[in-house]
Design a protein around this ligand. Structure first.
Ligand SMILES: *[C@@H]1O[C@H](CO)[C@@H](O)[C@H](O)[C@H]1NC(C)=O
Ligand SMILES: *[C@@H]1O[C@H](CO)[C@@H](O)[C@H](O)[C@H]1NC(C)=O
Ligand SMILES: *[C@@H]1O[C@H](CO)[C@@H](O)[C@H](O)[C@H]1NC(C)=O
Ligand SMILES: *[C@@H]1O[C@H](CO)[C@@H](O)[C@H](O)[C@H]1NC(C)=O
Ligand SMILES: *[C@@H]1O[C@H](CO)[C@@H](O)[C@H](O)[C@H]1NC(C)=O
Ligand SMILES: *[C@@H]1O[C@H](CO)[C@@H](O)[C@H](O)[C@H]1NC(C)=O
Ligand SMILES: *[C@@H]1O[C@H](CO)[C@@H](O)[C@H](O)[C@H]1NC(C)=O
Ligand SMILES: *[C@@H]1O[C@H](CO)[C@@H](O)[C@H](O)[C@H]1NC(C)=O
Ligand SMILES: *[C@@H]1O[C@H](CO)[C@@H](O)[C@H](O)[C@H]1NC(C)=O
Ligand SMILES: *[C@@H]1O[C@H](CO)[C@@H](O)[C@H](O)[C@H]1NC(C)=O
Ligand SMILES: *[C@@H]1O[C@H](CO)[C@@H](O)[C@H](O)[C@H]1NC(C)=O
Length: 867
């Protein structure tokens, strides 16, 4: 009896299905395949798309999802293709039994654990595509036994160790991708034996040492990518001279020496940025007639430039952050580069006057940057012809005179930066035509007279900086009405007069407002209390009178408040101690009465209160007299102090200003600390994209506000209209922690069904060096668990049954969360502690799958030792 059950079971489990296959044909190969497939399926933990549903006994395995059998030899499985199925699990050793496999594609899933050594038994394998997974451990050495391999892609995993020396036997290999892993060691010499290689991608995988000279023997190589490693030494000229090469990418390493380049008629991309390369930019480049991208920023290149007139395919040209000394008139030679889109000459030693022929450079040009050079004279009026421009920066030169009205024709501009020159007279009213502008920076010039009302038509502004000019008259209410200004508005250091317009209350998204050092007067308007995104508010050194309005207590996220050097009177309102202020300056006013003892008032270094009329009480460290008493000797002392203090402060401030002025005029030597244009530019574009995605951070898209930022729903313009949630972190954080972004990048590579995927981390640096950070998450249709647990039933009691979660749903949610945490703790190479697990951080998808999100407080622990 027992025997027969075992027999029946084994027939059911191990043999081919009798109803479909005749028993005679149940050969060992069919059986081996079958067992191997069951093992592959069993090693998968999560299969969200049901890809394995068809892998059952009622269906012949050649008809299974993702399986392809040979046409000539049915039963011989030649291909497994399970790309982009959202699979989570291990790859079973049994894969090695499928000995007829020629193609294995598991791209873009969440396979983790080791790549099994048994894969080397697949001697017929030609294509192995495992990119975008989480495989860890070493690259199996005996993969070299798959001597028919033509295509091997392991990019974007967590593999470690070195590139196996044995790979030299893969002499048929044409494509090798190992980038975005955690490899170590040098690029092995043995790479020279891979003479069929066409594409070699080893970017961002922790390689050290020199680029082996023997690379030059790869005479079929077309694409070389060694970006973002720690490669040192110089690049041997013979490597540059591989005549087949189309794309040569070695940016972000520590390479040095000059580049000995001969004519490369096929070269399309030469990307060498962020190294320590020196010498002249090779003259021979002007003959590389196929060149499309020439990117050399952030190196030590010197001397003058050759003329690039013949490069008619050139699209991207950057020599930023070098020490190139030439006359800016060389741009005249670019007029035949009709495909040019980006021209970045910033941070060099260019001099002379901008030639009027600049007007004839391609109308495709969308970014022009001449920042930090020594260019003088006026802006040629023809500049207005470059109508394709979206980004124009002429900051920090010696340009002067009025700005030509023609700039108003550049209606595609999104960023305009004319900082730190000697422009004078009025700001052209034609700027009002630039309705797409996100950033307008005109600070540190000699602009005078009133601000044109037409700026009120720039309804996409996010940043407006007119500080440090001689502007006068009232602050135009049209500017205060621009509710799009959400990052910064800086009008400080001018001579604006009159009241703060009531319309200031429209700036409901604004994080930074600076009106310091003007001649503004009257009361601080109550409408300012509507600006409840304000984090920094500076009204210092004006003529404001009256009391500090109680209504400002609605500025819940305010961190830094400076009201010093005004005529404010009355007492210090208690709400200032209840806000989460980190700094508060009330000095040089006429405030009196008791100093609160809460919040910011508990930290002596965070507040300034000196030179007020009759303050008392507060914490004892403040050394104020106890409250219901007045001390006249103290007052005379403080008046005397004032006598000395004001001149001293003024002198110190002047010295500081002078120092800052001198400092900013020089190109920065510490190049690594400057944001590269390349990055800023592309983040700008993506920033613009997600302005678009969230419809300009419109209120209808706002889905949540937290203390650390606001969350918007949006649709990415990525061709697929992906729904995303955009979390804009504290818009302005001075010197914000780099480690946070590093952490986010690490977490971005982690994939699990129950983790909210961080799709992108957007970091941009605006002109004041402020970081603007945003995280883009997958959008989860059903919102947070907190909402389901605590809020939904508030709305409508009769609906509780429908709205609330049932027991099964609750259990599933608990299981989902447990799986996410298990994955955090032992599913990846990184050991991660979430640190902030709570219902508001659990998000529910449209089918109520729970995902853990918000890794803001997560800690990465590289390894946990067993106790
Ligand atoms: C495996 O099963 C198929 C389907 O019945 C049969 O046609 C084939 O001959 C078997 N393979 C071998 C190698 O016997
Ligand atoms: C087996 O796979 C077939 C084809 O996908 C499917 O129609 C059938 O329902 C599956 N059978 C079982 C028992 O899962
Ligand atoms: C990766 O797979 C997911 C499904 O898990 C899919 O939505 C996404 O489009 C895929 N990405 C790429 C680049 O193929
Ligand atoms: C398949 O491979 C595994 C692991 O290599 C091995 O243990 C097993 O015996 C093989 N099965 C068959 C049926 O050949
Ligand atoms: C792979 O190589 C290791 C030694 O490096 C050896 O121990 C192992 O048996 C080999 N595996 C296969 C499947 O060839
Ligand atoms: C990996 O996935 C990311 C995001 O899903 C995608 O942008 C990228 O193209 C994928 N890379 C590969 C090699 O599939
Ligand atoms: C690798 O190339 C070197 C020199 O080109 C040659 O001496 C060596 O035999 C080659 N090794 C293999 C395994 O082909
Ligand atoms: C390069 O090396 C430095 C220190 O040696 C290390 O901090 C850095 O992470 C390395 N970079 C890469 C991309 O491996
Ligand atoms: C641009 O092309 C024209 C016609 O091909 C040629 O005459 C002229 O010299 C070129 N100008 C530059 C600066 O290369
Ligand atoms: C703003 O634009 C509108 C129409 O586009 C125009 O009528 C108005 O005069 C402009 N406002 C200013 C102040 O220039
Ligand atoms: C006090 O304020 C200073 C300046 O804002 C800050 O650096 C410091 O961390 C604060 N100390 C405490 C205990 O909050």
């Amino acid at each position: 009896m027992a025997n027969s059950i075992i027999i029946i079971l084994s027939i059911l489990i191990f043999s081919c299905n009798l109803a479909i296959f005749s028993p005679v044909t149940c050969s060992s190969n069919n059986q081996t395949n079958f067992i191997s497939f069951l093992a592959l399926k069993a090693a998968i933990d999560v299969d969200p798309q049901g890809s394995f549903n068809s892998w059952n006994q009622t269906t012949y395995f050649c008809n299974w999802n993702g399986i392809l059998c040979s046409r000539r030899h049915p039963n011989k499985v030649v291909q497994i293709n399970l790309q982009s199925r959202g699979l989570v699990g291990l790859l079973s050793r049994h894969v090695g039994n499928l000995s007829f496999l020629r193609t294995t594609i598991l791209r873009n899933n969440s396979f983790h654990g080791l790549i099994p050594q048994e894969i080397s038994l697949l001697r017929r394998l030609e294509m192995l595509e495992f990119s975008n997974n989480s495989f860890s451990g070493p690259i199996p050495r005996n993969l070299s036994q798959c001597s028919n391999l033509v295509y091997l892609n392991l990019i974007d995993n967590s593999l470690s160790g070195v590139i196996p020396l044995e790979f030299r036997f893969l002499y048929k290999l044409e494509n090798l991708g190992l980038g975005t892993n955690k490899l170590s060691g040098p690029i092995s010499q043995s790479i020279e034996n891979l003479t069929s290689l066409i594409q070699l991608s080893l970017s961002y995988c922790g390689l050290k040492g020199e680029i082996p000279k023997s690379l030059a023997q790869l005479q079929a190589l077309r694409y070389l990518n060694l970006n973002q490693n720690n490669l040192t030494g110089s690049i041997h000229p013979s490597i540059f001279n591989i005549s087949t090469i189309l794309s040569f990418v070695v940016g972000s390493n520590a390479l040095e020496g000059s580049i000995g380049l001969s004519t490369l008629p096929n070269l399309r991309s030469l990307l060498l940025g962020r190294n320590q390369l020196s010498g002249r930019v090779p003259i021979s480049l002007s003959n590389a007639s196929s060149l499309e991208q020439l990117s050399l920023p952030n190196n030590f290149f010197t001397g003058s430039l050759s003329r690039f007139g013949g490069l008619s395919w050139l699209q991207f040209f950057s020599i930023a952050l070098n020490s190139i000394k030439d006359d800016i008139s060389f741009v005249s030679s670019l007029i035949n580069c009709t495909n040019l889109r980006v021209l970045d000459l910033g941070d060099n030693l260019l001099h002379g006057q901008i030639p009027n022929t600049i007007a004839n450079i391609s109308i495709n040009l969308y970014a022009l940057r001449i920042t930090y050079n020594q260019v003088h004279g006026i802006i040629p009026s023809g500049m207005g012809n470059l109508v394709g421009l979206t980004f124009l920066s002429l900051s920090d030169n010696n340009l002067k005179g009025p700005i030509p009205m023609g700039i108003g024709k550049l209606t595609n501009l999104q960023g305009l930066y004319f900082v730190g020159n000697r422009f004078r007279n009025e700001i052209p009213s034609s700027f009002g035509n630039l309705s797409l502008l996100n950033d307008l920076y005109l600070d540190n010039n000699n602009f005078s007279r009133i601000v044109p009302k037409s700026l009120g038509n720039c309804t996409n502004l996010l940043n407006l900086n007119l500080s440090h000019n001689n502007l006068n008259g009232p602050v135009p209410q049209e500017i205060m009405n621009l509710s799009s200004i959400s990052i910064s508005l800086d009008l400080s250091y001018n001579t604006f007069t009159g009241l703060i317009p009531f319309e200031v209350g429209s700036l409901i998204n604004l994080a930074y407002l600076n009106l310091s050092r003007n001649m503004l007067s009257g009361l601080i308007p109550n409408s300012l209390s509507s600006c409840n995104s304000l984090e920094q508010l500076y009204l210092k050194d004006n003529l404001f009178g009256g009391q500090i309005p109680e209504r400002l207590s609605s500025l819940m996220v305010l961190q830094d408040l400076d009201l010093s050097q005004n005529n404010l009177s009355g007492s210090i309102p208690n709400f200032l101690g209840e806000l989460h202020l980190q700094k508060l300056n009330l000095s040089f006013n006429r405030l009196q009465g008791e100093v609160p003892r809460l919040g910011v008032f508990r930290n002596k270094t965070a507040i300034s209160h000196e030179e007020n009329e009759r303050l008392c009480g507060g914490l004892s460290e403040l050394n104020l007299p106890p409250c219901p008493s007045s001390n006249s000797s103290k007052k005379t002392l403080s008046t005397r102090l004032k006598f000395f203090l004001i001149p001293i402060v003024t002198v110190v401030a002047l010295i500081l200003c002078l120092f800052m002025f001198l400092y900013r005029k020089k190109p920065n030597n510490n190049v690594s600390s400057l944001p590269s244009f390349f990055e800023t530019l592309f983040l700008r574009v993506s920033y613009a994209d997600f302005i678009k995605a969230t419809e300009g951070f419109s209120e209808t898209n706002l889905i949540g506000v937290g203390r650390f930022g606001s969350i918007y729903k949006g649709i990415l313009d990525d061709g697929q209209h992906t729904l995303v949630a955009v979390k804009v972190l504290n818009l302005i954080i001075k010197g914000a922690s780099k480690s946070f972004m590093a952490k986010c990048s690490a977490l971005r590579n982690i994939r699990h069904r129950n983790l909210v995927k961080v799709l992108s981390v957007c970091e941009s640096i605006d002109f004041q060096g402020n970081n603007v950070k945003a995280l883009i998450y997958e959008f989860k249709a059903n919102g947070s668990l907190e909402k389901w647990l605590y809020h939904n039933n508030e709305q409508d009691i009769s609906n509780v049954e429908v709205q609330n979660l049932n027991m099964v749903q609750r259990l599933n949610i608990a299981i989902d969360i447990a799986q996410a945490i298990a994955y955090f703790h032992c599913g990846t190479d990184l050991r991660i502690v979430h640190g902030d697990l709570k219902p508001s951080n659990i998000l529910l998808d449209h089918d109520m799958t729970a995902c853990v999100g918000d890794f803001g407080l997560a800690k990465i622990i590289s390894s946990i030792l067993p106790p």
